[in-house]
Ligand binder design. Sequence first.
Ligand code: CAO
Length: 473
Amino acid sequence: MAAPMEARVPDIGGYNDVPVIEVLVKPGDSVAKDQGLVTLESDKATMEVPAPFAGTVREVKVKLGDALSEGSLVALIEPAAAVAPPRAEPEAPRKEQVASETGAQVQPVDVPAQPDRLTAESIAEVEGEGGAPVPAMAPVAGDPADAASRPPLRFEADAVLPGKVPYASPAVRLFARELGVDLAQVAGSQRGGRIGKEDVQKFVKAALSGGMAGGAPAATGSGGGLNLIPWPKVDFAKFGAIESKPLSRIQKISGANLARNWAMIPHVTQHDDADITELEALRVALNEENAKAIAAGKAGKVTMLAFLIKASVAALKKYPTFNASLDGDNLVLKQYYHIGFAADTPNGLVVPVLRDADRKGVVEIAKEMGELAALARDGKLKPEQMQGGCFTISSLGGIGGTAFTPIINAPEVAILGVSKSETRPVWNGEKFKPRLVLPLSLSYDHRVIDGAAAARFTAYLAQLLGDLRRAML
Ligand code: CAO
């Protein structure tokens, strides 16, 4: 039985303390030369530490979350009988201080020179050509086997087929992780059972077309994906009389959108109150002044929602991160202000979009909103009248409630929920005064907006509604 040899982290391009995100082998596993032992992931790249030679893993020296740097010991591998480890290049040996695993003793060992920097890209490139970077390796401390005394060796990467460990390049592993695919369930079609990108794509396609149990990949058990149990199937008629009604087209579309947005966006809702006593007095006065024109259909009624749109535009201008969308690793900041508002219609929820709200006055906004809401109720909104929104307002104030958690309308990053205003006693520092208070509930995408920013945005909005003259500042 050959003595176990150390497999260490090779040159990883100057990265230090890179966390282990996957341990790919366990004691007793047979590994092929170049087969990944662990995966490291820095903020820039994912890289695998490959086995320097074929053999049997005797000990894994790292665990998930460990931070590794060049030279860190990863595993002890007993070389396969037919395939012994490579000897160090005699012309370019590097003497390194390598700590013995058994204690604090430090001793010099021979470490072969590295042929390449190990990055996700370089591994993928080199692996594609049939070669692989050689990781640092050394005999186990105290092992009499000396690299210099070993005979020259032949390398046969394909001689040892992968065991239970999914055999795939780091790029494919990363691709699978992004899609939430458990590589252990994917059949590799490449040489030696290696899994390629196409195999992962095929697996996902099969899952989406219901080619697997439950129409989705089986639970991974690894915490990835949603990993949901199936929807309960109940024979309701067993318990009493029922009537089954198909969902409307709008309900099906908006339901699918809401489910995706709720599942994919980390929502937080910030609640605040706005004192709209003066604003409501102004609104009522305006509508009284225009009562005749409104009655004759020549003017629109000014609504609280129109003021809310105006105030929201001012807050979006002050806090541009709220007028943005995520696009991969980029945040797209918009320089236009199209505001959506949720409208309750007999067929379900729709969100008409009022364009260029920053260039319109409150009266004009109210009139246009009325028209859009009427079109929505009649099911006559055109697709372009529901597109391009930057921020949405969902007002349930005309109905009731004190607060709720609106669902963000992706790819927007925030939505304002408005509940019913009520007159409350508010302490002004000297005495309680009756004030009309409007509850605000702002849900925001926590990937883009942090809690402090959301609190500032909502407080500013409340301040604006308390005194809309501030919007002109
Ligand atoms: N507090 C107290 N009263 C309010 C109020 C508030 N926050 N907001 C509106 N009201 C009052 C209005 O003043 C109006 O009273 P008057 O008739 O006496 O003037 C009454 O409630 C009805 O208002 P409205 O709802 O018709 O008008 P609006 O401009 O507030 O809203 C629209 C228009 C289209 C948003 C609304 O009709 C609607 O569809 N709301 C539901 C939105 C929704 O479903 N959101 C949930 C989405 S998630 O499922």
